[in-house]
Design a protein around this ligand. Structure first.
Ligand code: ADP
Ligand code: 5GP
Length: 192
C-alpha cells in the first residue's frame, strides 16, 4: 500500500467498551454516507441484534489463527479475551478506490495503525465522563454478564490512561453534544 497517494481518509475511533462508540458510529455512517466502515473479524460470540458480515465477521478461534498465519490482517489484537482483526484485503480495496475508511479499534489496534499509517491515520478517542458512568452504561446495555463487564471495566482503566495520546479527544457525557463534536471533527478530517 502506498500511503502517500491515498485520496481517501482513514479515521480510527477508539473508546473503552460501553462509552457509546457503536451508537455514534451508526449515526455517523448515516450522516456521512461516503464513510465505509471496516468490518473486522472476531472470535467473540454474536450479540442479539448483530448481523454476521455487517457488525463483524464472526469466526472460530481456529479460523482466526489460520487467517493470522496467512497474514490476512492489517492488525489484530486480543481484547477482553477474544481475538479481533482488521482485514487487509478489505482496507486495501477501499483505499485503492479512494474511499474514506472508518475503523472501530481498541488501543492496541490503534497503536498498530499509527505505526503503519502514521499521520495518515486520524485517531479520535471517545472518553466516558467517568468509569462509574461507563459501568452503568455497560450494565444497562445488558449484552455481557457481570464477569465480562468487570473485565471490560478493568481494561477501561488502562485504556483511559491513553486518552490524551491521539489526534482528537471527545467526551461522551451528553450524547447530542458529543455527537455534534464528532461530526465537526469528521468534517474537518474529510476536508483536510
Ligand atoms: P460501545 O460501542 O462504546 O461499547 P455502545 O454504543 O454500545 O458502546 O453504548 C453503550 C450503552 O450506553 C448503550 O446502551 C447506549 O445506548 C448507551 N449510551 C451511549 N451514549 C450515552 C450517553 N451519552 N449517555 C447515556 N447512555 C449512553
Ligand atoms: P466489542 O466486543 O464491544 O464489539 O469490541 C471490543 C473492543 O474491540 C472494542 O474496543 C473495539 O473497538 C475493539 N475492536 C473491534 N474490532 C477490532 C479490530 O479489528 N482490531 C482491534 N484491535 N480491535 C477491535
Amino acid at each position: 500500500m502506498n500511503k502517500e497517494n491515498f485520496v481517501g481518509k482513514l479515521i480510527v475511533i477508539v473508546a473503552p467498551s460501553g462509552t457509546g462508540k457503536s451508537t455514534m458510529i451508526k449515526r455517523l455512517k448515516t450522516d456521512f454516507p461516503t464513510l465505509v466502515e471496516s468490518v473486522s473479524f472476531t472470535t467473540r460470540p454474536i450479540r442479539p441484534g448483530e448481523i454476521d458480515g455487517l457488525s463483524y465477521f464472526f469466526i472460530s478461534r481456529e479460523e482466526f489463527i489460520q487467517k493470522k498465519e496467512n497474514n490476512e490482517f492489517l492488525e489484530w489484537a486480543e481484547v477482553h479475551g477474544n481475538f479481533y482483526g482488521t482485514s487487509k484485503a478489505f482496507v486495501e480495496k477501499c483505499l485503492s478506490e479512494g474511499k474514506h475508511v472508518l475503523f472501530d479499534l481498541d488501543v492496541q489496534g490503534t497503536d498498530s495503525m499509527k505505526v503503519y499509517f502514521g499521520e495518515v491515520a486520524n485517531v479520535i478517542f471517545i472518553s466516558p465522563p467517568s468509569v462509574e458512568e461507563l459501568e452503568k452504561r455497560l450494565r444497562n446495555r445488558g449484552t455481557e454478564n457481570t464477569q465480562i463487564i468487570n473485565l471490560r471495566l478493568m481494561n477501561a482503566h488502562k485504556e483511559l490512561q491513553r486518552k490524551e495520546d491521539f489526534d482528537f479527544l471527545i467526551y461522551n457525557d451528553d450524547i447530542e453534544k458529543a455527537y455534534k463534536r464528532l461530526c465537526e471533527v469528521t468534517q474537518k478530517i474529510l476536508k483536510g
